[in-house]
Design a protein around this ligand. Sequence first.
Ligand code: SF4
Ligand code: MG
Length: 316
Amino acid sequence: PIPLIEAKNLKKYFKTPAGILHAVDDVSFRINAGETLGVVGESGCGKSTLGRTILRLLEATSGEVLYNGENILSYPRPQMKQVRLNMQMIFQDPFTSLNPRLSISSIIAEPIRVCGTIKSKQGVRDKVCELMEVCGLPDRYVNTYPHELDGGRRQRVGLARALAVDPKFIVCDEPVSALDVSIQAQILNLLMDLQDKQGLSYMFITHDLCVVRHISTNIMVMYMGKVVEYAPKEELFLHQAHPYTQALLSAIPTTDLNRRNRKRHALAGEVANPINPAPGCRFAPRCPYACERCKEPQALREVSPGHYAACVLCQE
Ligand code: SF4
Ligand code: MG
């Protein structure tokens, strides 16, 4: 089957005074309908830029983004506007993206009015009520304002607004990172519930491996703009092939994981910016296994069916 979303050799570079920042550097992946791709990495690894580039909130430097098999990067504005209805985004702090002067119902109604699929006022009102119910927001919040809600409910409003145009795909950029753990679980369960009922696909961006384990079908690990490992969720948690993924996982409390991760190295040092990066492995300065061969470019190689990693250790 054709994947719902596919990226091919996607690049997003930024010019900076210090040189060219390779924020997203030759990234490819597929997301099927009803599936979630978890995108993991430390802050600055390019995961948010990737999410925005997929939706054309940022224009790609090169590469392709296919929606249902068609390259949307070549779409002119009006056609893109149509496709955009199928592709929405929710953010870490919905507060900054919710207009503080609008009531909850107006916020959720806005995209419905803009896309014009429902004409009558009553029709819009009914749709807003339905969306609030789906997202677990009681009726009494209809006329409240964003500042009157806690973080979890604001995220529900952000989600209701994203769902207002009946999207097929949602980029979720750290949507639970600012919330208490108990509230996090509620929002994750809501997202998974919606996926079951409506067949939604997600790209779920996070630095939190416990969260990504909960929600993902496949997981993609990014480091300095590059994909270093990609695998089905369970496979990744059982057998990490890339030293960076191993280090990330060893940072999770051990009671949470199988024993094999216990003796692994914790991450030392800082992530540099991928400005004018050298051709070799970008993890080398922090990698306990780095050797001469790591100065050569590392492409993703299949280490087991559906499981890819970019590391010399995976060549044998
Ligand atoms: Fe470490 Fe070399 Fe593998 Fe990079 S390619 S992760 S430096 S062993
Ligand atoms: Mg980010």
